[in-house]
Structures are given as C-alpha cells and as structure tokens.
Design a protein around this ligand. Structure first.
Ligand code: PEP
Ligand code: MN
Length: 346
C-alpha cells in the first residue's frame, strides 16, 4: 500500500499518520518522490483502517499495490518516468544510446571513442574505471585515473558519462566524475549499497542480476527509490541458463513485462547479453523492436587488443552502422532516434 501526501504538505506534519502506522505494527518507509511525500508499506490494512487514514489531514490518497515493490510499481505511478541528464531526455520518446569500451584503458583509447561517438551523433559514453572481473588476475581498471580520462573526453565531445560504481569506498569518486552511476549485475543484490545510492542526486542504471527474477530486480530498484532517488534506469543484460553457447541469455520478454509492471525506463545491454560480437546487432534491433528505452553497447577501436570483453565489443564503424540501422526500427515502434551525425562532415 502507498499513502500519498498532498503536494506541499509540510514534511514535519505527517507524524499523526506515521504514529497511526506504528500503532498498527506496520513497517513503513517515508520518501520524497516525484514531487510529493509518499509512505510505502508492505502490509495491506483493513478497509476500516484505510478509511481512517483517508480522513487524516494531509492524506491525499491510499493506494493498494499488489506487488511486493511499491514505489517502483506501475500500479502506483501509472505514467512512465522520464528525466533529463544534461539536456538529454531518458525514458521519453527518444531512444537513448550509450556506448563505449567495457573498460577505460588509456587516454588515447577513450578520446578516440569519444570523438567517434560525437561524430556519430551519440550523447552518452560508457566505460568502466573499476571493473568487477571474475578473475583477480584480469585487468581491474584504471581507477581514478580512468575516471579523469572519461570525464575529460566526455566534456570535450559533449557526452554524458555512465560508469560503474563497485562499492561505497569509491562512491564519492564515481559520483564526482559521472552523470549516471552504473550498478553492475553482481551488485544488484547488495542492498545496503543500494540504500546509499538512494541518497544521491544522480541517476542510477541498475543492471539485472545474472540470476535475478524480475521481482527481485524491481525490489532492488525499490531500495534506491525508498532512499528518495527517483531517477532509476533498469538495464536487462542477460541471465544465466543451462546453455553455454552464449555468455548470457538476453531476456527480451523482460522489456515489455517490466514496462507493464514498472514506470521506470528499461534499457538493454546486448553486449553482456550475448558475449558475441556478431549477435550484438540483431539483439539490439530486437530490443528496440520490443520497446526498450535505451541501449548500452560496448565498442572498441581494436577489440582484439581490448583488456576486457573484446569478443563482444563492436568495431567503431560497425557501431555507427548499427545506429543507422536502428533508426527505422525505432520509428516502427513509435520511437525516435535522432542522430545528428557528423561522421561524413569532416
Ligand atoms: C559491464 O557493463 O561491463 C559489466 C560488467 O556489466 P554487468 O554488470 O552486466 O556484467
Ligand atoms: Mn563488459
């Protein structure tokens, strides 16, 4: 259930409501989301108690929500969530494309990619400075130096930075150098960490855990929302299956399903979602056709030398070609992909 408080009602003025909930042994959470105070709680109260609540000063509505996640649900917030990141809308009519290397490897590498993205009409760059690798012997990322490189490259080429935050120790650093903080698949279940991300005022791109059910993923988003951070992007990146022909099995059905269940934007990562370069383009097109709000794609000037995820990284030209092919696919499902490409203008 969610109690929504009238817009502009004083923050300190809802004690009578919370006292009532406490008296009825309810675990509740107060947040400030989408322009009003809201109180979410798991327990459904009896119709008589709901009537009492409805009559309380400041209470605008009491909304039953049948799913375990409340603030993330579409039952509560029927209109889609959209927001701007440095002038670029996410979750609106425009399809968002985020591309870049799996890992930031050098100043030259990230500047080459940033320039290419700029000339291809792309507005968001990705790249990990802290890499959660399966093996401790694999490249772990350039850390702070990498964050500085991607920020400089992004600023030079009018790009917004999406980069992964792996734990609390580097949260301040990643916050300072990024525009959207990525939470990796391996961290989706790190609930205390997610709570901290609820306190920040930058968007969080939350990858689906590789073993996570849709409900678990949405409950993870709920952890961020309950902290008051309303700018959460969900990103499907494939799940593990019995079949190892692909690295992960991209769950296409998750796109329309999550959009029905939740108001949050749904992105897709076809790179981790397949692990195979030749599959990235068809999967990306499929994801756009299924209605995703954005894509996260790994690209590299020379994938054979990449320090991380080379086999799934697109060559730069391959990527530009893909974006041009995606524009009509986007249009066929009522979306727009406006690429103000400068690639031929040199
Ligand atoms: C990545 O985007 O490079 C990455 C590590 O993703 P995931 O957390 O989905 O594995
Ligand atoms: Mn990767």
């Amino acid at each position: 259930m969610i109690i929504s408080i009238e817009k502009g009602f004083p923050e300190a003025g809802i004690e009578h409501v919370t006292a009532f909930l406490q008296a009825h042994n309810t675990h509740y959470h107060v947040a400030n989301l989408y322009g009003r105070q809201v109180i979410g709680f798991e327990k459904e109260l009896s119709p008589a108690l709901v009537e009492e609540l409805r009559l309380m000063p400041g209470v605008e509505d009491v909304i039953p929500v049948s799913t375990p996640y409340k603030f993330a649900s579409r039952e509560w917030k029927t209109e889609k969530t959209s927001f701007h990141v440095k002038g670029e809308e996410i979750g609106g009519n425009e399809l968002t494309i985020i591309a870049g290397p799996c890992a930031i490897e050098s100043e030259e590498q990230i500047f080459t990619i940033a320039e290419h993205l700029h000339r291809s009409g792309i507005k968001f760059i990705r790249g990990g400075a802290y890499k959660p690798r399966t093996s401790p012997y694999s490249f772990q990322g350039l850390g702070l130096e990498g964050l500085k490189f991607i920020r400089q490259a992004a600023d030079e080429f009018d790009l917004r930075v999406v980069t992964e935050v792996i734990d609390l120790n580097v949260l301040d650093q990643v916050y300072n150098y990024s525009d959207i903080l990525q939470v990796g698949s391996r961290n989706m279940h790190n609930y205390y960490f997610l709570k901290e991300l609820g306190k920040i005022d930058k968007p969080v791109l939350l990858k689906r855990g590789m073993y996570a059910k849709i409900t678990e993923w949405l409950l993870s988003a709920e952890y961020i929302l309950t902290g008051g951070n309303e700018r959460v992007i969900l990103c499907e990146r494939g799940i593990r299956s019995f079949d190892d022909s692909v690295r992960n099995v991209l769950d296409i059905s998750a796109i329309p399903l999550v959009q029905q269940l939740s108001h949050l934007p749904v992105f897709v990562d076809p790179s981790q979602g397949s692990g195979i370069r030749s599959l990235v383009n068809p999967i990306a097109a499929g994801a756009v056709a299924a209605g995703c709000d954005g894509l996260l794609i790994e690209i590299h000037p020379n994938p054979s030398t990449a320090l991380s995820d080379g086999p799934q990284s697109l060559y730069l030209e391959q990527f530009t070609h893909l974006t041009q092919k995606l524009a009509p696919v986007a249009m066929s499902v009522g979306r727009n992909l406006s690429l103000k490409t400068k690639i031929f203008a040199k």
